[in-house]
Design a binder for this molecule. Structure first.
Ligand SMILES: CC(C)(COP(=O)(O)OP(=O)(O)OC[C@H]1O[C@@H](n2cnc3c(N)ncnc32)[C@H](O)[C@@H]1OP(=O)(O)O)[C@@H](O)C(=O)NCCC(=O)NCCS
Length: 197
């Protein structure tokens, strides 16, 4: 398994789908309605959904040498102890997606507002540009999720597109979406990202 790394304030642990504690930590985040306030229908209700997500990320680590991390605090922060899991994030290439890195993050509400998503996002961008510099680093966000797209802008990505999500994708149908990237995208990659909803 790839090694743990660190940023100034975070311990970055590669997501391993065979580690029950990691899958449980992901489920705690993914099943918390507060982390899905911009897309309530996507709350995960069964740990098997989080295990599938973890398996996708483990696949990205195996295939591309990089995937998302479990994020833990190196030192206490407010009421949070050192070692507390504060979220997941990073850059990954999930099996059904485009030939591009997907940069993202989901943090526990207790950790919001300290710049930690920006810190994890910058680490993900740098790691992706090292692992496969030929592939663009991209992100898909909801236009009404300001915290999410502001984080992308702080990390250094630029908005490439905004428009309606595909009508046939029930989860985001009728919602404005944006695509961000660290470089211009070919129409093939952009179309593929838009089609993901
Ligand atoms: C999006 C998220 C990761 C941001 O994490 P964070 O660590 O609080 O973000 P940062 O502290 O690095 O701040 C990044 C920017 O977002 C802004 N921001 C943070 N929380 C905000 C909120 N509730 N409303 C509006 N803007 C917000 C910050 O002010 C900052 O922008 P600025 O430079 O204009 O001041 C976090 O809110 C989260 O996990 N939300 C739920 C899951 C989610 O939406 N994930 C992304 C989409 S899948």
């Amino acid at each position: 398994m790839p090694e743990e790394t660190e940023t100034d304030r975070l311990i970055l642990t590669p997501i391993d789908s065979t580690d029950a504690a990691i899958v449980e930590a992901i489920f705690a985040l993914q099943s918390d309605p507060a982390t899905w306030m911009h897309l309530p229908a996507a709350v995960e209700t069964d740990i098997s959904q989080s295990r599938t997500r973890a398996t996708d990320h483990a696949h990205s680590w195996t295939e591309f040498g990089l995937g998302w991390w479990l994020l833990r605090l190196r030192a206490p922060l407010g009421d949070l102890d050192a070692g507390t899991v504060i979220g997941i994030g990073g850059a990954a290439i999930r099996p059904h997606q485009a030939a591009a890195w997907n940069l993202g993050y989901r943090l526990a509400p207790a950790a919001w507002g300290h710049g930690l998503a920006t810190e994890a996002g910058r680490a993900g961008l740098a790691a992706a540009n090292t692992a496969r510099p030929d592939l663009p680093v991209t992100a898909r966000v909801l236009a009404h999720n300001r915290a999410s797209w502001r984080t992308l802008e702080r990390v250094g990505l630029a908005q490439i597109w905004e428009g309606d999500a595909p009508a046939d994708y029930a989860l985001t149908s009728g919602v404005q979406r944006r695509v961000y990237a660290d470089r211009p995208l070919s129409s093939e990659v952009l179309d593929r990202l838009i089609a993901l909803g």
